[in-house]
Design a protein around this ligand. Structure first.
Ligand SMILES: Cc1cc2nc3c(=O)[nH]c(=O)nc-3n(C[C@H](O)[C@H](O)[C@H](O)COP(=O)(O)O)c2cc1C
Length: 381
């Protein structure tokens, strides 16, 4: 199917899901528990209305915003995705190329299958790094040092994984940890020949930035799993954030905030921005949607602290809704992953859908500047 026949993210998603094995679909789509939060995320935006203004003169829409003193051509970026290479080999590079093409930020995950150094070389200052705080502080310090050396200046600390995920969706698809290619997975892979061919050429995906801390030479899946199990899935408290703040001279963003008290704690620890996020529904099935907690979070931290938002956005209209409700910027996880899996240029296509769709909605609403969106919220439907 040609991308021209995939004008919405839903079309790109359908195409992507056809091309990847069942276990990769499970990894991409699943939330946690009964997947209720992930399902609610997507329908949450459908309940919102934006009211147009027609009879005033205005220029064409300017979709740019300013974030951390820097001009951003569009109010969205690529969210951090761990093990993106499992969804499509080289997915991170595809998503990064898409971000680079429109000048948007790309956030590299701690669990990325692509290195800090390569990502930063491609994206320059628009490469952000997402950190899961580690049990062994020397590992964390070394990761931050590598970011500094690569001239990355925006660090995103994710705080909403205090415990290992139970991964029900992955168990259902027989994708156990440590990863083992048993007969069930081999059967699924055979039914996705293109994915399998490219995975065999690229090598099985691994967290490229962490392998060196596990051991020298060939690192077994078992050794890797026990390292990941020991280092991650732990609470991050305000003191941990203060320690990171003291060690990190650049911009510090805290991701995974869903309430005013945590927002205040993150701000007090020195955060320069927050990502109001329920992690795409992957951590807590009963979690609220970021849109519903945004007013309380805003009230807690005042007007100045940028509030970035993700979870369930699938169109330019969803971006407009988020900004109309007071978010300053948005991030997108699955939308870009669908693109990366659907086609070689699919992630770029997704960036175009979001950028052109957002500009169209601004024009339709009669908004010349992004800030004008704030006056366009209507009654919920
Ligand atoms: C497959 C997958 C892997 C993810 N890995 C990470 C990660 O390593 N670090 C992180 O902070 N968030 C991670 N997230 C969450 C995203 O950064 C983002 O919060 C979420 O995808 C937004 O929701 P959306 O997918 O509906 O756009 C992951 C999400 C998905 C779908």
């Amino acid at each position: 199917v040609s991308l021209a026949r995939c004008p919405t993210i839903a079309d790109v998603r359908r195409q992507a899901l056809r091309r990847i094995p069942r276990f990769a679909r499970a990894f991409l789509e699943s939330g946690t528990g009964d997947d209720l939060c992930a399902a609610r995320n997507e329908i949450r935006f459908a309940a919102e209305r934006l009211v147009p203004v027609h009879l005033v003169s205005r220029g064409p829409p300017d979709t740019s915003t300013t974030l951390f003193g820097r001009r951003q051509p569009v109010p969205f970026g690529v969210a951090p995705i761990g093990l993106a290479g499992l969804i499509w080999p080289g997915a991170e590079r595809r998503m990064a190329n898409a971000a680079a093409k429109i000048g948007a930020p790309f956030c590299l995950s701690t669990f990325a299958t692509w290195t800090i150094e390569e990502a930063a070389a491609l994206l320059g200052r628009q490469c952000w790094f997402q950190l899961y705080p580690t049990h062994d502080r020397a590992v964390q310090a070394d990761l931050l040092e590598r970011c500094r050396a690569a001239c990355i200046d925006t660090l995103v600390v994710t705080v909403d994984v205090p415990v290992h995920n139970r991964r029900e969706g992955l168990r259902r698809a027989s994708l156990g940890m440590p990863l083992r290619l048993g007969p069930r997975l081999a059967f699924d892979a055979m039914r996705a020949p293109r994915w399998t061919f490219e995975t065999l050429s690229a090598g099985f995906p691994r967290p490229a930035n962490l392998i060196r801390y596990v051991g020298d030479g060939a690192v077994s899946e078992t050794a890797l799993f026990s390292f990941l199990y020991q280092q991650f899935g732990r609470p991050t408290d305000e003191d941990d954030l203060r320690a990171i703040r003291a060690a990190w001279p650049g911009t510090l963003v805290v991701k995974g905030i869903l309430g005013p008290d945590d927002a205040r704690r993150a701000a007090a620890a020195g955060a320069d921005a927050l990502v109001v996020s329920n992690h795409g529904g992957r951590q807590l099935d009963a979690a609220p949607h970021p849109l519903d907690v945004l007013p309380a979070v805003r009230e807690a931290v005042g007007q100045e602290l940028p509030l970035l938002l993700d979870s369930g956005l699938r169109s330019g209209s969803d971006i407009a809704v988020a900004l109309a409700h007071g978010a300053d910027f948005t991030f997108h996880g699955r939308s870009f992953l669908y693109g990366a899996a659907a086609h070689q240029c699919g992630a770029e296509h997704v960036a175009d859908i979001l950028a052109a769709g957002f500009a169209n909605v601004m024009a339709q609403l009669g908004c010349e500047r992004v800030a004008d969106l704030r006056q366009r919220t209507g009654a919920s439907g």
